[in-house]
Design a protein around this ligand. Sequence first.
Ligand code: ZN
Length: 443
Amino acid sequence: MSCLHNSTVFFKCKQYTCKILETREDFSELRMEVRSEQKAEQVFCPFCGGKVETHQVLTETIKELPFVPRTPIYLDIEKHQYICTSCHRTHTEKVPFKEEGTRLTKRLANWIRGLLVCRVPVSSISKLLGVHWDTIRFIQKKYITESLEKHTKSLKESGYKPKMLAVDEFAIHRGHKYATSVMDLDTGEILWVGHGRGLTDFSAFFAEYDMDYLSDVVAVAMDMNASFNRLFSEKMPWAEIVYDRFHMQAQFGREVLGSVRLEEARKHKENAKQLTEEMHTVSSENRQSMKDAIRVEKTHYRAVKRSRWSVLRSKDNLSEKAERNLQAILDSHENLAVCYAMKEEMNELFSLRNTEEASRRWLAWFEAAKSSGIPALVSFASHKESRIPGLIAHAKYPISTGKLEGLNNKIKVAKRDAYGYRDEDYFFSLIRFLSLPSIRAHT
Ligand SMILES: [Zn+2]
């Protein structure tokens, strides 16, 4: 029981005497009586500075760090309530080892903080230490708020200002609810998280955020979301907007390559169906060649259907066989070949670092797309045409929102930690907290 002895010493140092009250036979619970030895003569009234007398002795029970997991230790603390001899107001003695706002000792609260920093889930901490979820959440919230405030203050003092930002939306509840986050691309820190992804939702960022801190920003990466674009041009006209290459490429893959590929596949299916219907109208000697033709259509159909990934991927990532198969498909499907070439060209445009060249070649790319006669490609180009400046800007500032994708892992961790995250502001602070460089080093 040397641990218990330590506790006794610990409380004595703080001018408390301590004795073990009772231990259950099975050691499932331990109680200690902790009595304040403070004398009224040593205390003065916090309101008027006058002398005080002991008014009554109050008892409060708080929880101490257990020595053995799941064996709670309760401290029954006897503390004084004093009454002032001059102004007659009462005040209660402050217990120095009690964590404010909780019924825990500071030592236990420190352990909880330590476990939270090591990313131990709230549920496990609760089980291990026998502390309620809400209390752990309270400690975490306080710790997060303090850490964020401390971090912001130290950044301001150091004179640091962000240069490149990324803004993107993410789903809170899959497909239902969205939030928007803003990242400092140099530090990887999340500067802001807010509800929604629309114009009014995101304008909260400009209302809440210290614009002076953002006065050195030269470029902001974002997807084609019109509200981000509009607000940044209006509120931070000094920053250049860079359209995110990954969003652009993904959309091209879906809306152009995907739809053209499905269209080609559909044609083969139609052909096969039509040939099958015509089978009975031809003479038996022609029937075999019909059968062959149907087989060819069906093979084409399957090959085109299966080419989804090889069409989207870069050629360098394909096996030799996959590359041969892809080439065969492209050779026999002109529209798909055109769109595939446009994709390859687009990838190259994103590797340009000269604004003039980028400008010339993006304009040419859009011209070619619009005159291709392929409906999906024409429509894509006309929709994106107004974003050309943001695409050219990528040559000068080759930034993307890709780093924010890494945030998705943080969000997963935050969702787990936040347990249902009914309190969304807490959830948002948690995401910001998890992105702090000092915390990232721990995870
Ligand atoms: Zn007083």
